[in-house]
Each structure stands twice: as C-alpha cells, then as structure tokens.
Ligand binder design. Structure first.
Ligand code: ZN
Length: 152
C-alpha cells in the first residue's frame, strides 16, 4: 500500500467495523450483568470511534477514493479487526469476549505495523506507525485485563 488515501479508506472501514463490534460486546456484557466489562468494551468502542474520526478528519482535506467491497485489499479477505467476530452473541461469556477482542486488536496492530514496515511513502509510514502504536496500546490493555481476571 503506497498512498495515504488508500490507507485512510481502509482505516475508516476497519475502525468503523471495530467500533460496531465493541458496541455489540458492550451490549452482550450488559445482558450478562457484567458492568465492569460493559464499561470496558464501551471504552474500546470509544477508542475505535476516535480512531475513525481521526482517519476521517485526515481524509477530509483529501479526495478519499470511493471504495466498493472488492476495492479493499485486506490480508485474508476480511478487515483484520473484524475476522472471527461472527461468534459474538448476547450469551457470550466475558472470557470469550475478551479473547475475541484481544485477537482482533492483535490483528489490527499487525495490519497497521505491516503497512508501516513495507510502504515506500514516508507520510504513510508515519501515519500507519501511529495507528499501529495505538493498537499496541489496546493489546496491552486487554492483556492486563485478562491477566487480572486470571489472577482473581
Ligand atoms: Zn484497537
């Protein structure tokens, strides 16, 4: 990937989908009566929406490409933060929900980091690097939460 526009179009799709999934997880945890995890997933949804807004704002002063589904170039054909989300449902347990979120954040991180590592475009390298760093933060937060639950 070598244009910032292409990257932003992918990032917008990815973060929008991730936010939607986190909102589903928050709702599922509310159904479970798990207020702590409901709050956590709502916060993750908020981060994704922030990321999305950032990507949209950066795209705002550029001509963003009109993307049809077949125009996206995802590593395995699906947006990296959304693969495996098909299993989300209201009856999902907290541990499964956290694991799903962790896998998704790791894939998001790998995706952005790979672009940062391989692009020839200097501006895109910096931008993808920033997105990768934020995903790395999300991974750390989830790992902490999972470890804390395991220790409890
Ligand atoms: Zn993330």
């Amino acid at each position: 990937m070598n244009t910032v526009e292409q990257f932003l179009a992918h990032a917008i799709a990815l973060e929008r989908e991730a936010a939607r999934r986190y909102e589903e997880l928050a709702a599922a945890m509310q159904t479970e009566g798990n207020a702590e995890l409901k709050t956590f997933f709502a916060r993750m949804a908020h981060y994704s929406r922030k990321h999305l807004a950032e990507a949209q704002a950066r795209g705002g002063f550029r001509e963003l490409p009109e993307m049809r589904p077949e125009d996206f170039d995802w590593p395995e054909g699906t947006a990296p933060e959304t693969a495996d989300w098909a299993g989300v449902d209201a009856m999902m347990g907290a541990d499964d929900a956290l694991q799903l979120a962790l896998d998704s954040e790791r894939r998001g991180h790998t995706y952005y980091a790979a672009i940062a590592a391989t692009t020839q475009d200097i501006e895109l390298r910096r931008l993808a690097g920033e997105f990768a760093a934020e995903e790395a933060q999300h991974v750390v937060e989830l790992e902490k939460l999972i470890a804390a639950r395991a220790a409890a």
